[in-house]
Design a protein around this ligand. Structure first.
Ligand SMILES: NC(=O)C1=CN([C@@H]2O[C@H](COP(=O)(O)OP(=O)(O)OC[C@H]3O[C@@H](n4cnc5c(N)ncnc54)[C@H](OP(=O)(O)O)[C@@H]3O)[C@@H](O)[C@H]2O)C=CC1
Ligand SMILES: O=C(CO)[C@H](O)[C@H](O)COP(=O)(O)O
Length: 469
């Protein structure tokens, strides 16, 4: 019987494309999906050089894979992952490797590692980023967990990964659920940068009446500057796409303003709170998607609570230049929050993450790829134990030089009544982080006043309580 190098369960957007990417690189691949049409269309999409087979039956699928087997799951996170594992288990053997390539919640990965290792099956989570095109032509991949299992599959993953300066955008990241955790934070950063771009667009369009064409050109120009990044690039493309249904204007102007989410941004925020890693801009981006869902209430409130904004005397050229600097400032602050969360999580969960490696594999293939990732890589190369990017002298200088623009943009948005939660939180994060003193002495005093929670003094060691009245 013909045997295949690699098996994929879930032939949707990611699974199908990743499998074809492997086939492009000479690996023979078999795919399993419950949907017979998807299994058949995989074979139809393959070229003559590809060695590809699609099936809908778990037992015959497992039998198709060379031993010890390598099987990846790219099915929706949560119950489907457990369902697939349970459907494969009766046919798997000791030494087989199962990789979860989806956006699984990291505690689920820890549980699955334990359950499967007890049966002699190696299981590891590997976050994958790049969307449909990335999966097909070169994603960024974030594996963690069982390192020897990863090493066995390394040649396949390195072959299919995006390359930057010839280096593959995949590397072993760390123990346990390190891979899924890193992908989760990647998505948290993704949420915040997307919201930052949306706020830029909103401030220009709604606040200042700037035309779609000018905004399109702005993002195109930014993509040829230090702001160059995948999300800026696709925004410039989105602002060029005409509506084919009406034949009038941009498609964007017809799209509903209620955003959906699958959960990774929320998990990033929730876990950041658990481990006391402040990520206010990611929190704000999650909250803005949530606020967007209350469409009917927003429409009612827009009538009850009008605000026309006040006139500002800024000319368009200065506005665009100020926004560019403010965007740079905010973007660096967003990455700083996400990377600091990884730094803290690595200690909390004993992942052993090397942040230089994370920055390195995010330079290409993934949704948050951006030229600034190379600056981050250099920062972590210079200091392997850097707790926050804002403490890197080179980045601090660049962020310091653009802070005034961020302050100006926030003031302009306030004057216009346009919400810019991510610009605001990025600035507040910066101002809090660079504050030698914060008013938390008052919080301590209040806690002791009402709850006898005690406090520390700045001049004498020890824990104190005061009878305040
Ligand atoms: N789309 C993207 O840009 C990215 C997605 N991801 C993550 O990758 C994972 C997969 O996403 P995506 O490819 O977009 O999802 P899709 O919904 O496009 O594909 C999932 C596939 O899994 C199949 N499936 C579900 N349950 C089973 C099962 N028990 N046995 C076999 N097949 C099954 C589905 O079949 P059916 O439709 O018939 O139910 C479907 O074909 C998710 O965790 C997602 O969050 C990660 C990075 C980017
Ligand atoms: O992982 C991804 C990109 O990196 C997926 O596209 C994910 O679905 C994005 O999250 P959401 O659906 O919540 O916007």
């Amino acid at each position: 019987m013909e045997e295949f190098d690699f098996g994929m369960v879930g032939l949707g957007v990611m699974g199908r494309n990743l499998l074809l990417n492997m086939a492009d690189h000479g690996f023979s691949v078999a795919g399993l999906d419950l949907d017979a049409e998807k299994a058949a269309s995989l074979e139809q999409e393959a070229t003559e050089e590809h060695k590809v087979k699609g099936t809908t039956d778990a037992q015959s699928f497992v039998a198709l894979i060379k031993k010890p087997r390598a099987i990846m799951l790219l099915v929706p996170a949560g119950k489907p992952v457990d369902a697939v594992i349970n459907s494969l288990l009766p046919y798997l053997e000791e030494g087989d490797i199962v990789v979860d390539g989806g956006n699984s919640y990291f505690p689920d990965t820890n549980r699955r590692v334990e359950e499967l290792e007890a049966k002699g099956i190696h299981f590891f989570g590997m976050g994958i980023s790049g969307g449909e095109k990335g999966a097909r032509f070169g994603p960024s991949m974030m594996p963690g967990g069982n390192q020897s299992a990863y090493e066995r599959l390394r040649p396949i993953f390195e072959a299919i990964a995006a390359k930057v300066n010839g280096e593959p955008c995949v590397t072993y990241l760390g123990k346990g659920s390190a891979g899924n955790y890193t992908k989760m934070v990647h998505n948290g950063i993704e949420y915040a940068i997307m919201e930052l771009i949306a706020e830029t667009y909103d401030l220009l369009k709604r606040g200042f009446g700037v035309k779609n064409e000018t905004i399109q050109q702005l993002f195109e120009d930014w993509n040829n500057s230090e702001l160059a990044s995948f999300l800026v690039e696709i925004t410039a493309d989105i602002l060029k796409k005409n509506d084919e249904v009406t034949g009038k204007g941009l498609l964007l102007d017809y799209i509903s303003d209620t955003a959906r989410a699958k959960g990774t941004g929320k998990w990033t925020s929730q876990n950041a709170m658990d481990i006391q890693a402040p990520v206010p801009s990611i929190d704000a981006a999650v909250q803005m998607r949530d606020i967007s869902k209350y469409k009917e209430e927003r429409v009612a409130a827009s009538k009850l609570l009008p605000y026309d904004g006040i006139a500002t005397d800024i000319d368009e050229e200065t506005l665009l230049k100020t926004l560019k600097d403010a965007f740079y400032f905010s973007m660096i602050n967003i990455y700083a929050q996400g990377m600091a969360q990884l730094y803290i999580a690595s200690k909390e969960y004993d992942y052993g993450l090397q942040l230089e490696e994370v920055a390195k594999i995010w330079r290409g293939g993934c949704i948050i790829r951006a030229v600034c990732l190379e600056d981050f890589r250099k920062a972590y190369d210079a200091n392997k134990d850097l707790p926050n990017l804002l403490l890197d002298a080179t980045l601090a200088e660049k962020v310091g030089a653009t802070q005034q623009a961020a302050r100006d943009v926030v003031k302009l948005a306030v004057d216009k009544g346009v919400p810019v939660s991510v610009f605001m939180t990025a600035l507040a994060y910066f101002d809090s982080y660079r504050s030698e003193t914060l008013p938390t002495n008052l919080i301590q005093a209040q806690r002791d006043f009402f709850g006898a929670h005690k406090y520390e003094r700045t001049d004498v060691d020890g824990i104190f309580h005061t009878e305040w009245n």
